[in-house]
Design a protein around this ligand. Structure first.
Ligand code: ZN
Length: 151
């Protein structure tokens, strides 16, 4: 797949690269419908995050093929597998909880579907009809659980 700048702040490859896929040599090529979601929902959404935060944003996980999603232990119906979600950091702006708080206050500018404070990164998804849902992840011995709102 040929790389290209799909929105001013992001290249297509930033949403496709996966350390896990490279390490385990798993295919992480999106289907046409998933690529359309990356182009039409995820990339413009992440551009709005970049514009809102005003600092460089680093995507650690964007699209995940079913194999890659399984390898990283992602939820079966994860929006990452639809090309609608990204995990990111923005160290120049602040901690993940600070970012989530700021994006909640700017939800008219960044129209997220789901926004999750994951501890060391932020998970965000975009959809045609965004729910504007905010969750906080808790990592425990029994697995990851989520509570509504930012805690
Ligand atoms: Zn995620």
């Amino acid at each position: 797949m040929i790389d290209e700048r799909i929105v001013p702040a992001f290249w297509l490859s930033e949403f496709l690269q996966s350390d896990t896929a490279s390490r385990l040599r798993l295919d992480n090529t999106p289907l046409p419908s998933e690529l359309a979601n990356i182009r039409n929902l995820l990339a413009p959404g992440m551009q709005s995050v970049r514009d809102c935060l005003g600092q460089p944003v680093f995507v650690s996980s964007g699209y995940r093929s079913p194999e890659v999603n399984r390898a990283v232990g992602g939820a079966v119906n994860s929006q990452h597998t639809q090309g609608q979600a990204a995990d990111f950091k923005c160290p120049a702006f602040g901690m993940p909880s600070t970012i989530v708080q700021y994006l909640m206050r700017h939800s008219t500018q960044v129209r997220y579907d789901q926004l999750i404070c994951e501890g060391t990164w932020v998970h965000i998804s975009f959809a045609a009809r965004p729910r504007g849902e905010v969750l906080t992840a808790h990592f425990g011995a029994g697995g990851t659980t989520y509570t509504p709102r930012l805690v």
